[in-house]
Design a protein around this ligand. Structure first.
Ligand code: UTP
Length: 485
């Protein structure tokens, strides 16, 4: 097909290029040109370029398939079989020590890479910066990115000390989108990569996809620009492939990939215990899970699709109310209780398999949103793939329970909302670290009630509360404060 370049049409003409108009008509998108007469020649060029770079047949196919799929009843679901979950209750000290050592050994051998999903727009948080740059109000003022970078530094130190192969480096691959890429790169540069080597951090961009109105038309952000949004964190598989970072990982000897979302202040990046468990189980994919707090909690849960089927995640909006509150008579607990919190481990082989196969399926989730548009806020759909869409394709999946107050402090909504705010995440961290300090023989004083404060332990000192005695024993800290070397 001959491509229309801005030079090949007359941008001063009162009618849009005929060939483009015809093509748009084929897909019911001719309204994108309806304000043509009001545009300046420069705006017309921008609009033509925008529409020409949009793969109309692909978007049309994705939207139709996803709409149809959304209307289908979900296949019968079953609770996750007990044997697929390592629960906190059943885990012994020997298990934890064994997994920690096994994971640390694999990290020392350079077999682990870390992938961060940071392409989201963070609309609910309402910050003008990407979420990872956000300072949740800790005494140190550290951003989410800095906390994560320092956990990587800490883990590199622990891995280096645990073996005699020399300095250990963990490669960090960061997925951005056109909405976050520039700001994230600049943030890392201006903070000198938080002490990491610049060449151990690689950025790659996911794609964007047009936002579509309820009647199937592209929503216009301005008279000359189609409204677009990132195509979901499930874009990570194809984005890794097209950036050639799957090959880059292979060339570095990577076998396992830790993949997580940017907005969890307590995330244990490159956790050796989780990695050791994963290796020990010999599975292709794994997820950390927390127990669902209450039936209506807005989290996706792991389920099994049909008898003997694969594990997959059902979003809260797709889980029937009676199933959401169904109780297991034996245990008295929720039948569907294992919440997905976007903390995953994959083999590199599995990532390759998904990256080469998922795209063909082209089923996207249609998220109903108010989309900023030329007509104010328009009701429409954002089209997204989710990172957990890949689980049903795994030959084996294992779940690893973690405690919320140790590993899950989500930053989703702005302060003032009822839950998952920077303030609630900050408090979870301060309280956890206060417990570490007390366990290490330290004392706390506080001028506000202890439940509303605590202390912050720098990740450079401790990953999960270990090695704190030398700093804390017999010392008194006035909360809130940061404890560092
Ligand atoms: P969320 O689903 O919470 O979306 O992302 P969000 O964009 O951060 O926030 P809202 O919904 O606009 O308020 C969960 C994780 O997935 C990443 C986010 O950056 C976050 O780490 N994500 C989300 C992507 O990397 N790409 C996307 O297209 C969407």
């Amino acid at each position: 097909m001959k491509e229309l370049t801005p030079q090949s049409f007359d941008s001063t003409s009162l009618s849009p290029p005929q060939a483009l108009l015809e093509r748009l008509k084929d897909y019911g998108q001719e309204d994108t040109l309806c304000l043509w007469e009001e545009l300046s020649p420069e705006e017309r060029e921008l609009l033509v370029r925008d529409l020409e770079s949009t793969d109309l047949p692909r978007i049309n196919r994705i939207f139709r398939c996803s709409l149809q799929f959304q209307g289908l009843p979900a296949a019968a679901i079953e609770p996750v079989p007990e044997g697929s979950v390592s629960t906190v209750e059943e885990r012994t000290l020997e298990d934890r020590e064994k997994w920690w050592k096994l994971g640390l050994k694999a990290i020392s051998e350079g077999k682990l890479a870390v992938v961060l999903l940071a392409g989201g727009q963070g609309t609910r948080l309402g910050s003008s910066e990407p979420k990872g740059c956000f300072n949740i109000g800790l005494p140190s003022g550290k951003s989410l990115f800095q906390l994560q970078a320092e956990r990587i530094l800490c883990m590199q130190r622990l891995a280096t000390q645990s073996n005699d192969v020399g300095f250990v480096q963990i490669h960090w691959y960061i997925m951005t989108s056109s909405f976050t890429d520039d700001a994230i790169r600049k943030f890392f540069e201006s903070h000198k990569y938080f002490g990491l080597e610049a060449d151990q951090v690689s950025f790659f961009q996911q794609g964007t996809i047009p936002c579509i109105s309820k009647d199937g038309r592209f929503i216009m952000e301005t008279p000359y620009k189609v409204a677009k949004s990132p195509d979901g964190n499930g874009a990570v598989y194809t984005a890794l492939k097209y950036s050639r970072f799957l090959e880059d990982m292979a060339s570095r000897g990577v076998k396992y990939v830790d993949c997580y979302g940017v907005d969890n202040a307590l995330v244990r990046v490159a956790d050796p215990t989780f990695l050791g468990y994963f290796i020990d189980k010999g599975v292709a994919s794994a997820a950390k899970v927390v127990r669902k707090a209450y039936p209506q909690e807005k989290v996706g849960v792991f389920v099994r699709r049909g008898k003997g089927g694969p594990l997959s995640v059902v979003e809260y909006s797709e889980l029937d109310q009676s199933l959401a509150s169904a109780i297991n008579q034996g245990t008295g607990r929720l039948r569907f209780c294992w919440s997905n919190v976007c903390l995953h481990m994959f083999t590199l082989d599995f990532l390759n398999q998904v990256a080469n196969g998922l795209e063909k399926d082209s089923i996207y989730h249609l998220a109903e949103k108010k989309i900023p548009s030329v007509h104010g806020h328009t009701d429409g759909y954002k089209l997204e793939q989710f990172v957990f869409d890949a689980f049903p394709y795994a030959s084996s999946t294992a779940l690893f329970e973690v405690l919320r107050d140790e590993e899950f402090a989500p930053v989703k909504n702005a302060n003032g909302s009822n839950y998952d705010t920077p303030d609630s995440a900050k408090l979870l961290m301060l309280r956890l670290h206060a417990r570490w300090v007390v366990a290490a023989g330290g004392f706390l004083t506080h001028s506000v009630p202890l439940y509303s404060t605590g202390v912050e332990v720098s990740p450079l000192c401790s990953y999960t509360g270990e090695n704190l005695e030398a700093i804390c024993r017999g010392r008194t800290f006035h909360a809130p404060c940061e404890i560092t070397f």
